[in-house]
Design a protein around this ligand. Sequence first.
Ligand code: HEC
Ligand code: HEC
Length: 494
Amino acid sequence: MSREDSTRPSGGDSTLLLKPALLVVGTVVAAVVLVFALNGVLAYLGVGAVGPGAPAAQTGGQPATAASNASGGGDGGGGAANTGSVRALPATFSGQKWYSEDLRDQEFAYRDPNAGEEIKFQPKEMNNSTLPENEKRAELVREGRSLFANTSEEMPEHVGNDLSCANCHGGGDLPTTTGMVGQDINLIPLVGTAAGYPEWTGRTERMRDMRQRIMGCFLRSMNSPGSAEGMPAYDSREIQAMESYMVWLNKGTPSSRVPYWRHLEKPEGDEKVPVPEVNPVRGAELYLENCASCHGADGQGIEGQYPPLWGEGSYNDGAGMGRMYTSAAFIREAMPYGAGHTFSNWEDVQDVAGYMNAHKRPHLPRQPKDWAVSGAPDEGIYYDRVQQRHGYDMNPMTKKLMLAGIPIDDSELTEDMIPEDTSRYDQPLRNESVDGSWQTTWIRTYENVGDGTATNQSATNQSATNQSATNQSAITPQAAVTSAIADEESDAAS
Ligand code: HEC
Ligand code: HEC
């Protein structure tokens, strides 16, 4: 694909100006920052000097802190880098202060690595002093890191798209990232998360453990049902490795409390634009200005550099990122990459999120069965029932783009496609008609991708019958367990 020219819109693109600056400043700052970061981490760990045997994994790229410093944010990437001297963790955790609701009220202050009174957001290097002593366990942790960083490459038989866990959870092996997987405070960090598991999940009325949570991510974010072998098994080496990595990430943070940086901060109350009023056409305009320089005017990214945002290579229609408010929260905190928090107002991010989630993406066969008990939330715009609740016969965002004549597949968006009267699309426009027959057509297209083995048939017509994951039970008993778990995972956010 000749994306080179097309992804760089001319003029009016602030990130375009920002990027060369980031690179220059980044290179200089990166060196300085790395020294500080390492010293900080070592001080924190009580280690004297940099050991020679540090695995290559931890230095997978430039520190994101370079980018966030350049953007004036100072609140991204590795927390250690922002502070010359890093305060040690309290030897014993006491009281409530570890998790402070107040931090959440201070806009983005809670994403500031220095915001915590009692504790800092503290990324750590992977080396002998942080890895488990038992070599077999240490090996598992290293493997887990690698699977998080390069999921689609390392587990192609289980991943049905082009994503890696690190694309959303930060610090993967892409050229611009830190290599400190799951430890970027702006990209849904997973530091301290393991302490929250096993956890109670209300909707399915059961406990779920870390492995089941990770599997939920495969099911949805990684579109496993669209892969040759479907979900990795509960007891597979891979899932154990990823669980071990989560446990490693948790080491050094107090358990039994929810870290203040855990979970995205979604819009609440007045901050929420009601779904039918979100304007994906304005979103398209904002997308060209703020996102297309990396993710492409066609949303397909650049292989090995920027992940795709829709189409076959993206997360499926049952993923958390496919929800309006979840994706808006992510975009607000994390994007444009290296310059998170650029969008100061909630309306803008919701419009961009609406644009992103107006597009075609893989269909999760069991998606119609999600939220069987409690009802899908209003933000679930890829869900039939939600669309109907909002008074539409299709994804309301898709409908608006179609009305405006803007592509919903992976063809390129150009400036001249954006109509003059963008404010028209603030309205629900429920009663305007467009031909909706495309919907079942593309779903079928995606479902037929691959060799049509057991995991990927069913639900072409989205009728909520008893198909879906049970198909997998035809394969092996282990797969049966897997699909049973997957079935229960209907409320996985990821
Ligand atoms: C400077 C380049 C850059 C810009 C500009 C940018 N992104 Fe990203 N984006 C990235 C990178 C790099 C990642 C993956 C991060 C990683 O792997 O650690 C990413 C990841 C994502 C993801 C999660 C992974 C996926 O593909 O689903 C979403 C969603 C996303 N970006 C949306 C946006 C939106 C919306 C905008 C515009 C507001 C935007 N990005 C602007 C570079 C960029
Ligand atoms: C397309 C983006 C995306 C990808 C790819 C992705 N996730 Fe997530 N993940 C999310 C979102 C969104 C959440 C919910 C965040 C929240 O709780 O606010 C989440 C939540 C999680 C959680 C729970 C966090 C918590 O605090 O309880 C875990 C664990 C997790 N993901 C692991 C993974 C793993 C493992 C992979 C790869 C197999 C993965 N994710 C891939 C978007 C993604």
